[in-house]
Design a protein around this ligand. Structure first.
Ligand code: 5GP
Length: 220
């Protein structure tokens, strides 16, 4: 039985730990998942690597990608373009891998329009105070940066209802397992397995027709 890959969109407030969640999920189940690397016009941050964290492009290059329809979705976030490369995602899904897009809410909405069987997951902090604590981190960020991130979180919270599932990240290992189990349960949905269900149905009919040439009707 062939298993088709599922497109999983993961969003969450800045500081909620979704990056770590994704890395751990992929490290634990590396044969099953593929993480899409996005394209962006924002400048690389310290330590970020081209092709691992993002593909960094100029504004013109990005608009070329849009014009050639090479992105499944794109959005502007904090004055920069962000987008998901189409080719990689389609190739991985065809190979049967579950593809994760870690993107913001506008992109998530666009994906759901284009790929209705995509699964939209929002990662929540256990409570607001914990998110603030995580944003403050080691206390090295200026107050203004913390303020901006919290304001952004308030803005993002308006779109939570567009998502289908929620994972609370209070314990990272448990959150990884919950996300994995969620994906596994999606694979069991009958709608995703109709071809297989129909194949078994057809084979059963053939089997019954051979074994009981005039009895099939009686069994119905
Ligand atoms: P950052 O600049 O902090 O890496 O990312 C800013 C926001 O852009 C995050 O919410 C992140 O999830 C989102 N993002 C990253 N890649 C994409 C993408 O390909 N498409 C969209 N729509 N958002 C993205």
């Amino acid at each position: 039985m062939d298993r088709k890959g599922i497109l999983i969109v993961v969003s969450g407030y800045s500081g909620v730990g979704k990056g770590t969640l994704m890395k751990k999920l992929i490290a634990r189940y590396e044969d099953q998942y593929a993480l899409s690397v996005s394209v962006t016009t924002r400048k690389p941050r310290e330590g970020e690597v081209e092709g691992r964290d993002y593909f960094f492009k100029t504004w013109e290059e990005f608009e070329g990608l849009i014009a050639r329809d090479e992105l499944i979705e794109h959005a502007v976030f904090c004055d920069n373009y962000y987008g998901t490369p189409r080719k990689y995602v389609e190739e991985q899904l065809l190979k049967g891998r579950d593809v994760i897009l870690e993107i913001e809410q506008k992109g998530a909405r666009l994906i759901k329009e284009k790929v209705p069987d995509a699964v939209l997951v929002f990662v929540m902090p256990p409570d607001a105070a914990t998110l603030e604590k995580r944003l403050r981190g080691r206390g090295t960020e200026p107050e203004e940066v913390i303020r901006q991130r919290l304001l952004k979180a308030v803005d993002e919270s308006k779109y939570v209802e567009n998502y289908e599932y929620m994972i609370v990240n209070d314990d990272i290992d448990r959150a990884v397992e919950e996300l994995h189990q969620l994906v596994e349960s999606q694979h069991k949905e009958l709608d995703r397995n109709l071809a297989f269900a129909r194949e078994v149905q057809a084979d059963l009919r053939k089997l019954v027709a051979c074994a009981y040439p005039d009895g099939e009707k009686k069994g119905e």
